[in-house]
Design a protein around this ligand. Structure first.
Ligand SMILES: C[S@@+](CC[C@H](N)C(=O)[O-])C[C@H]1O[C@@H](n2cnc3c(N)ncnc32)[C@H](O)[C@@H]1O
Length: 267
């Protein structure tokens, strides 16, 4: 995938793992599927979510796909290392799935649609391989939901640079709020969207470290070179903005961000 904004580096793989671990209690306390069912995980990346949902559902078989061969290899190694035997990996494109219609009981897709120029077409493609009566679970963020204290023009601008770069690459970093509409347009029914808000202050040092620093600021810092190169911000404003984001992780700071988890039916 040429325009994938976060890239496929070791640093990004580590960030995805930190993100999945810290967010597991917010996003996956209800990620359970009926025993004996089959789940297609679309866009599994390096398996950061796979290892959580597969471990929580030992009697469910997961087929985890990604378009990137290197990510699939890494995910398979990690799942093997953990001794999880209920996952098969396959390199595949969501828009050209190598499965027959009505193949899976459920589909799970996390942090993928935000990178696609045509997320509604991805949902339509996934719907074809989902059995009637099955469900699709989608999880996405929305950078417009980010609030911090303190907050400055520069800290807001660094986050906005990420939103703009992702839009330039054909994605949408504000997709969380749109999930319900996208699912409806793709023909899904019984759509339930559950906002999952993360709040961190000095009283929650684990969330501040794991989410605010290692997930959110790390993600923003990842686009520094692109933001400056494309003239979206000056180097000095970028450096002040990042320093200001870190101030919000200190003793008197606070961080707020909302993820959106949608579950939709296929009648
Ligand atoms: C942000 S990563 C998320 C990975 C994983 N779901 C997680 O939450 O850690 C997005 C993943 O979607 C994959 N992807 C993007 N377009 C795809 C496509 N058309 N078909 C399959 N995978 C795709 C990328 O290769 C990348 O691994």
């Amino acid at each position: 995938m040429q325009n994938y904004i976060h890239g496929y580096s070791e640093t990004e793989a580590g960030r995805l793992e930190d993100q999945a671990s810290i967010l597991a209690s917010y996003l996956h306390y209800d990620s359970y599927f009926p025993a004996g069912s089959t789940v297609l995980e679309a866009g599994c990346g390096t398996g950061a979510q796979t290892r959580i949902v597969a471990a929580a559902n030992p009697d469910v078989h997961f087929t985890s796909i990604d378009i990137d061969a290197h990510s699939i290899k890494r995910a398979a190694e990690e799942i093997g290392r953990l001794g999880l035997r209920n996952v098969s990996f396959q390199q595949a494109d969501i828009f050209n799935l190598p499965f027959s219609p009505n193949s899976f009981d459920h589909i799970f897709c996390c942090f993928v649609l935000e990178h696609l120029p045509t997320p509604h077409m991805a949902l339509q493609s996934l719907k074809k391989v989902l059995k009637h009566g099955g469900t699709l679970t989608v999880i996405e963020g929305d950078h417009g939901s980010f609030l911090s204290f303190p907050e400055t023009a520069e800290s807001r601008r660094t986050v906005q640079c990420l939103v703009e770069l992702q839009a330039n690459a054909g994605g949408n970093a504000l997709i969380g709020r749109e999930l319900s509409a996208l699912l409806r347009k793709a023909g899904f029914e019984k759509i339930r969207v559950s906002p999952r808000q993360i709040y961190a202050d000095a009283g929650r040092p684990g969330v501040m470290e794991g989410f605010s620093k290692k997930t959110f600021i790390a993600m923003v810092e990842g686009v520094k070179d692109q933001a400056i190169l494309h003239g979206l911000i000056s180097k000095s404003a970028w450096e002040k903005g990042i320093a200001d984001l870190y101030k919000a992780t200190e003793e008197y700071g606070s961080f707020v961000y909302t993820f959106f988890k949608a579950i939709a039916g296929n009648s």
